[in-house]
Ligand binder design. Structure first.
Ligand code: FRU
Length: 539
């Protein structure tokens, strides 16, 4: 097939060419944000993994440097896999990552690296001291091929502690705890921080959060009102988190949710994996970075010469309920906004109706914020079938954007062709449960996103824990040529989706508001902006 170069994203993170996956070791150092990432220097498919390296002043404009960490010692000669950065007491950064030390069998060990010259703010060169590497090996019953992705370390009571993801017999995913006094000699704790019957835990992340509703971030070694543990489940390829408490004496974590459902909450209900947070001392916030894979074919990726992007960095904090996180694109992305286009407040979309948001020069590269208001929330809402309680995605697969509802589906058609043959729907649909309470579903439906064959077009969905009794709900979508990243109800539910239109590309992409329910939907506010292209690694 012919892949249009116009589908290459404009303001999402990516290198000029080739394959990328996980974000690694994000940190702020001497005025620069550093981002490393899993990279294949030789092609657009996974392999030959090194740590590519970019720096930024604002997490939006990026300058590419040479790869920072490549196979060079026995411990990492067959690959340099994911890892994290920790700032030591004297301010020196340390990186811990997984090295592949034997051919073919993916024998995994943990490696420690330091900057060759800590006074270089760009941290261009890294050394892996032979004296203590590897710092952890798969001994004592650890599964050697499933032992990876060390976290940022935190300091408490005289010891550094870090986690390494793994799985043990029968499919129990877990995070081993390693402790060290000097950051060089590490000992595994008897008990893991936590475990669950979920299969392998890749890329664990563990961090404190301030109290409910407090937006300020905490350094990983600070004491949190609550803690968040995230794991990337190899089995489902999604990132799940729980909110809970941490006993630093025992080095154990206890999730709050009494149901013990480890798959209840996701950072993102779409294409978003192997994410990692870091504390940004410059803006006292915690920032989340994640990888979004392609969903076109490998043949297409090879033809394009690139595969993989990162989501727009998100600020995250604990929701006032204390039960979940809230996420919002970092404010710096707003500097890419051009002239705003607004829709006169109070515009009503009738059942089955839609209208175009005109005046955007680049509807293919845009930021849209919209607030909806539905008058009769409950009486016209569809009954919720409890069979879908734990499967929003399945529900959305059955009730897609074109299936008429009561209250909704209403939302946006993005990357839409003028004849609407191509369109990606981002929308809400309101149900009422057995107790007469509204239940809100947020969904991205890409089934009409492209006329091209051979595309993976999964509908993605999550429930939105919001009180919609007032009838109000907001949506923000970051549209960027082959990605749509949406934030429902102020960041309660997020969905990133990759789409590859064949006609709704470049100037032929349009933006619409639609209502496929039975009740009127009022657009109380809508502003959209063209988005400029930042510096993107020289591409
Ligand atoms: C997650 C992952 C990690 C591993 C890396 C290899 O996407 O599989 O577990 O360290 O990618 O590239």
């Amino acid at each position: 097939s012919i892949v249009s170069p116009l589908l290459r994203t404009g303001y999402h993170f990516q290198p000029p060419r080739n394959w990328i996956n996980d974000p690694n070791a994000p940190m702020y150092y001497k005025g620069w944000y550093h981002l490393f990432y899993q990279y294949n220097p030789k092609g657009a498919v996974w392999g030959n993994i090194v740590w590519a390296h970019s720096v930024s002043r604002d997490l939006i404009n990026w300058i590419a440097l040479d790869p920072a960490i490549s196979p060079s010692i026995p411990s990492d000669q067959y690959g340099c896999w994911s890892g994290s950065a920790t700032l030591l007491h004297d301010g020196t950064p340390a990186i811990t990552y997984t090295g592949i030390s034997r051919p073919n069998i993916n024998y995994q060990v943990q490696v420690l690296a330091f900057p060759k010259n800590a006074s270089d703010p760009l941290l261009r060169e890294w050394v892996k001291p032979a004296a203590y590497n590897p710092i952890a090996s798969p001994v004592g019953g650890i599964n050697a091929t499933q032992f990876r992705d060390p976290t940022t370390a935190w300091f408490a009571d005289g010891h550094w502690r870090m986690l390494v993801g793994s799985v043990r017999g029968g499919g129990r995913g877990l995070a081993y705890v390693y402790r060290s006094r000097d950051f060089q000699t590490w000992t595994r704790a008897k008990h893991p921080l936590h475990s669950a019957m979920t299969g392998m835990w890749e890329c664990p992340d563990f961090f404190p959060v301030s109290g409910a509703g407090l937006r300020g971030g905490l350094d990983t070694s600070e004491r949190g009102a609550k803690y968040v543990l995230k794991n990337s489940l190899d089995l489902t390829r999604y990132d799940y988190y729980t909110v809970g408490s941490y006993d630093k004496g025992k080095d154990r974590y206890y999730p709050d949710d009494p149901s013990g459902d480890y798959r209840r909450r996701r950072y993102d209900y779409g294409n978003f994996y192997a994410s990692k947070t870091f504390y940004d001392p410059a803006k006292r916030r915690r920032v989340l970075l994640g990888w979004a894979n392609e969903s076109d074919s490998v043949t297409d990726d090879k033809a394009k010469g690139w595969a993989g992007i990162h989501a727009i960095p998100r600020k995250i904090w604990l929701d006032p309920s204390g039960k979940q996180l809230l996420q919002w694109p970092i404010e710096e992305v707003e500097r890419l906004r051009g002239k705003p286009v607004t829709v006169a407040g109070g515009k009503v979309v009738k059942p089955g109706g839609h209208f175009e948001v005109t005046g955007l020069a680049t509807a293919y590269q845009a930021d849209v914020e919209v607030s909806f208001e539905v008058s009769s929330v409950l009486d016209r809402a569809e009954a919720f079938d409890p069979a879908y309680e734990n499967d929003a995605q399945k529900l959305c697969g059955v009730k897609g954007a074109d299936v008429r509802g009561g209250v909704g589906p209403f939302g946006l058609w993005v990357l839409a062709s003028a004849d609407l043959r191509e369109r990606t729907a981002v929308f809400f649909r309101v149900f009422k449960d057995g107790y007469g309470k509204p239940k809100v579903l947020m969904c991205t439906d890409p089934t009409k996103s492209s006329l091209s064959p051979d595309l993976y077009k999964p509908t993605f969905a999550g429930f939105v824990d919001t009180d919609i009794s007032s009838g109000k709900i907001s949506l923000r979508s970051l549209i960027d040529r082959s990605v749509v990243e949406s934030f429902g109800a102020g960041g309660k539910t997020c969905i990133l989706s990759r789409v590859y239109p064949s006609i709704a590309i470049g100037k032929d992409a349009h933006l619409y508001v639609f209502n496929n329910g039975e009740v009127d939907v009022k657009v109380s506010h809508l502003t959209a902006w063209d988005m400029k292209k930042p510096l993107m690694n020289g591409a």
